[in-house]
Design a protein around this ligand. Structure first.
Ligand code: CTP
Ligand code: CA
Length: 225
């Protein structure tokens, strides 16, 4: 390798990244969704590939071009995202859940477009819980030593919320960023603290999403067996 070129420290590794935001359909034309652009997840996929990893990118509704040399698995809903992640997991060395997964989905799906009725108020929308994919894959790792990383967007006491979430999920690393008006969603830059289950805290100053992605892979690479 030429001097100055990053060593391919993820060569021979398989990593799974989820990106984007799930959409939970109500009827053929409507869904419950969120504001995730997918940019952070795509940056994670690109940087892992550049470091030599085989990358499976489970992409939920991201309007972004497929990164070169990355296997993209398109999904729509949280249930589909879970299936795709679990299918890619058995031989994975690490999984990073950057996708914004809907916590709830409509309890029923109308096969025909929902119509309003003259003079009637709408029915309340019944929702059910989606599976918690990060908690599930943290608890049952198909491969010993697999590194599991989550993301959390928080408000208020961001670090305390992040610590509690890391414990609850059981993952190895949690990337915590503060959200609010004009922060994070759709932006080119991100600012975060990466919390480790081992008690470490790695602050990542405001900068391109690639910089945060490289920091995540540095922390993952150190934990790979
Ligand atoms: N996540 C997941 N499955 C879900 C919800 C979230 O795998 N059903 C993952 C996300 O991909 C992310 C992490 O869990 O990596 C944290 O998501 P977040 O929404 O912050 O966590 P929740 O447990 O849903 O907490 P909250 O009630 O604050 O939304
Ligand atoms: Ca949530």
């Amino acid at each position: 390798l030429a001097r100055g070129v990053t060593a391919p420290d993820l060569a021979g590794r398989h990593v799974v990244v989820s990106a984007g935001g799930t959409r939970e359909p109500l009827d053929p034309v409507r869904f419950l969704g969120n504001r995730s652009s997918g940019k952070q997840g795509y940056a994670l996929a690109r940087t892992a590939a550049a470091r030599g990893a085989r990358v499976t990118l489970v992409s939920a509704n991201a309007a972004l071009p497929a990164p070169a040399g990355v296997d993209v698995v398109p999904v729509g809903t949280a249930v589909e995202l879970r299936e795709a992640v679990l299918a890619a997991l058995p031989d994975a060395d690490a999984v990073v859940m950057a996708a914004a997964v809907a916590d709830f989905r409509p309890a029923s799906y109308a096969t025909g477009k929902i119509k309003k009725k003259d003079g009637q108020e709408p029915e309340p929308l019944a929702l059910v819980r989606n599976p918690d994919i990060l908690a599930e894959i943290s608890a049952d790792r198909p491969r010993p030593g697999q590194v599991v990383v989550g993301f959390a967007a928080e408000t208020d006491d961001v670090l305390a919320n992040g610590r509690a979430k890391l414990k609850r999920k059981g993952c190895d690393l949690l990337v915590v960023n503060e959200v609010g008006e004009r922060k994070t969603f759709g932006a080119e830059e991100n600012e975060a603290v990466v919390l480790g289950a081992d008690g470490t805290e790695t602050p990542v100053p405001r900068g391109p999403k690639e910089v945060l992605a490289e920091t995540v892979w540095d922390l993952v690479a150190r934990r790979l067996v």
